[in-house]
Design a protein. Sequence first.
Length: 522
Amino acid sequence: MSQLAGQDASFLYLENDSIKSHFSVLTVYDQSELKAPLRYRDILAYFNERVSAMPVFRRKLYPVPLQLDAPYFADDPHLNIESHVRHIALPKPGDWRQFCILAAQIQAVPIDMGKPLWDMHIIEGLDQVEGLPKGSFAIITRLHHAIADGTTARGILMALHHPKGQAPEDVPVVFREAPPSAIEMFLRGSLNNARQISAIPRRLAKLLPASGPKLGRVAASALNKWLATDDQREAIELADKAKVPASIFNTEMEYRRVFQLRRYPLQDIKRIRTLAPGATLNDTVLTLIGGALRRYLEASGEKHDINLVALCPINLREDKFGNDSVQGNNISLMQVNLNTRTAAPAKRMGKVLDATTKAKLAQKASTAKDLIALSQNAPNLLVALGTRLAMLAAFRGGSAVRLGNCIITNVPGPQEPLYFMGARLELFSGLAPISPGSGLTFPVTSYCGQLCIAFTGCPGWVKDPQLLASCLDDSFAEMLAAADTSQPGTKPLKRSPARAARKTASPRQPAAEKASGTPKSS
């Protein structure tokens, strides 16, 4: 039995009809190396053996009476694996576009909070998806953000897969614990609140020397808004919003979701990185996505002469690339100017590099870790109240306060092929949650020499998901051509991949990879 910490518990309090605080891990498998296709009952038995041994899959939430404390996470005595794993076939015509529609519909449905906070959808019928071998199937694994983040998802991925020729690790023996009683949780909650409240002054005393000036400026700003007249307050709010420009991606949220993705060879992304000396892979991805968003706004007739701003989650774990994390969150956010007003790729990447460098310095100088540590130990009543007040403030006046125009999160994956019950993992990506005032979410993953860029949003934000996917292809082609031109001896890209993208929607790769037999990105 464990208890959800402040950052984990806050995801529970964000839930409403439009906001679903879960994300999905998308994996696609090639069965061509198997003697016989996998059966649903075999997959179910494998999950029943391995998944039930992992706490994140076998435990459910037990709320404390009167919300005196954060909920407990304990074994579900009625866990039935079949109630979490569903078997469906892709509707006709069974192409990539239909798959993305189905994935978006699955993502839009809230997770059942009365059971362990996960489910899986095994999807067959992908035979008409260009580039995927016949008999391929997909698994969409949904996890609530209260129990997992991107790093947790990678740890779970590694726990369920194994390299070729290597047998899966033995399943540990699990001793189920009895669920806590309401009286026990009430007593624990009362004691925890008393202890946490008494410890706050000591924690603040450590925190204030570093964060005092910053907190003072925040308090002064809040006081100015409180004392201002209506006209002055409106002017202050407009000034606050000016840092993050208004865009179609910050309009009202709704229940439905849209989803698409594209894949690119990592070797080409590394070639593009040379456009700006000192740029990282993340800088390259931010520039690529920024170029795609600029193109999409222009093609949609929206205002595009603006500098869009991205929010980038930062992994605060000590071991940032480990695979041992299988539960919980430990993240902060970094704000980055994508400089989308700049059309030239090399010049834009240079500006993005400068923006990320300054943002990282600000992140190191900030007290984010201390503030998160403080929130992890804050009384649950304050966490719940603070989260809900923040939500009310975010929606004041009928529109959300703009925190960013998009969220771009990077989850590095393994670079060697992985197998699931003998089926080769062909694609590793995801569908991410979206939040008010933060715009589209772009989960970026890497696996086996490929980089996958997906996006999740509302239909009102992206009326034509295929167009945005084509804009990603165009941005990639433009940047690769610019990199090849700037490097003597390299062969420039001959065609714009977006032309093929407009003919068919599939996660295809550039023409250079056709011989590999893997799904191609346009």
